[in-house]
Design a protein around this ligand. Sequence first.
Ligand SMILES: [Zn+2]
Length: 122
Amino acid sequence: MDCIFCKIIKGEIPSYTVYEDELVKVFLDINPSNNGHMLIVPKNHTLDLNTIDSSTLIHVMTIAKQMKKLVEDRLHADGVTLLQNNGIAQDVKHFHLHVIPKYSIEQTILPVEEVLKKLKES
Ligand SMILES: [Zn+2]
């Protein structure tokens, strides 16, 4: 299969991984609309909201909750937008939920390596 997200999940394409468990991988968008813009992607290939099973969807939202807290704590985000595209609005044809941090003061877009470092430092 020629799915870029499946390749990222298998490790065939490197990614800036923020979080990973048995069901999902979370990595930074390489073309972020804001610092900390990340994608939550189920590991089993599924197209969109029509095809994703409900238990995986619940898990995706549970992780979104954790990622919201993470960007608030580590990046001092003032808000978060969750975005999920389907059909003609969908770029990569593998379900993904965008987590896009929002800031009250406009931020310079930092290199993703730098953002990942901030997210991972303890
Ligand atoms: Zn896929």
